[in-house]
Ligand binder design. Structure first.
Ligand code: ZN
Length: 338
């Protein structure tokens, strides 16, 4: 899979075809692209879910990012940790038991999560009572995620020569004033696993030349909010604070989710992930495909081998003993949902 990843996610999926058929699985693929595929064996209630796409290699590698090299007790390469390693564990776990099983694979998690929406829309999750998202958590059990809200703020004015600003209407200054009002906006609440909601000013653009009054200005805000908060409310309050001269549009959104520690899937995952030394429940500050499945009413946990801090880096790798632990945990989960 690590070598195939250089050819894109479909090449990764092709690698899995033979081993999954040999383990008794049959595939069903979405009609819509980017595609998702559900491999099923028996009357599966539990889905192991992963993404076959990886982020670009980038710079700085001292090993072949598409080599799949084994060294220092680790497998190295882009996707080893996020999350082809987990997908390898899914297959090995399915081979270790004859329990019913679904393995749900998507191809655009890093760029859009449309495949997860197609999977839902085309019924690929039918009969599924729990989804295990195999993102790397170091085998802690993720039961909550912040929501993601990306907003574009636009101020419009009228341009003029920089020597006669009184003839124009400076959009940059309008936007800066609005942003300072927004900066003080309280985002209420605190979550025991997720902490507080956050807001980050990510981009700010205005003006083409120092001797012009800019006619438009834009800013992008990245809001990470808590389960129980509503994106519509946040946007409405931002509009109120920003004032009438500022347009606020949502350009991307993932919903937050939270699973009770008493939910059967949370209990099963905590049991399965325990290696005797105890296991931690976790909240994630970023979004996974659980943000698509959980709001549709399907319980989700995030559980995978590998250190999250190595994902997307020039030293991405996964320890062999982490892979072994992943296989054992996923196999125990499949048995629990037999
Ligand atoms: Zn990932």
């Amino acid at each position: 899979m690590l070598r195939a990843a250089s050819q894109g996610p479909d090449a990764v999926l092709a690698v899995l075809d033979a081993p999954l058929r040999a383990a008794g699985f049959t595939p069903r693929t979405t009609r819509a692209l980017p595609r998702a595929v559900r491999w099923s064996r028996g009357d599966a209630r539990l889905a192991l879910s992963g993404h076959a796409d990886v982020v670009p290699v980038g710079e700085g590698w001292r090993r072949d990012p598409h080599g799949g090299e084994l060294a220092e007790g680790r497998v190295w390469g882009r996707g080893a940790c996020d999350m082809l390693g987990s997908i390898a564990c899914f297959v090995a776990a399915a081979e270790a038991t004859d329990a019913p099983c679904a393995i749900l694979l998507t191809t655009d998690e890093e760029t859009g999560m449309k495949a997860a929406e197609h999977a839902l829309g085309e019924g690929l999750l039918s009969g599924i009572e729990g989804v295990v998202i195999g993102e790397p958590t170091g085998m802690a059990v993720g039961i909550a995620e912040k929501g993601v809200l990306w907003l574009r703020l636009t101020a419009r004015g009228r341009n003029a020569h920089g020597s006669m600003p009184e003839l124009g209407d400076n959009a940059a200054q309008r936007l800066v004033r609005a942003l300072s009002r927004i900066e003080g906006m309280p985002l209420e609440g605190e979550h025991p696993l997720l902490g507080r909601a956050t807001m980050n000013l990510g981009t700010l653009r205005a003006g083409d030349a120092v001797n012009q009054v800019p006619a438009s200005a834009t800013a992008e805000l990245d809001v990470r909010y808590l389960p129980g908060m509503r994106a519509d409310d946040i946007v409405a309050r931002l509009r109120e604070r920003g004032g009438e001269a500022i347009e606020v549009e949502v350009h991307s959104q993932h919903l937050p989710f939270e699973l009770s520690l008493d939910a059967p899937l949370a209990r099963a995952a905590l049991d399965a992930a325990s290696d005797g030394s105890g296991v931690r429940a976790l909240g994630l500050p970023y979004g996974t495909e659980a943000s698509k499945y959980a709001p549709a009413g399907i319980p989700c946990v995030i559980l995978g081998p590998g250190e999250p801090g190595l994902a997307h880096t020039d030293r991405e790798s996964i320890p062999l003993d982490a892979l072994a632990r992943g296989v054992a945990a996923y196999a125990r989960l499949l048995e629990a949902y037999r």
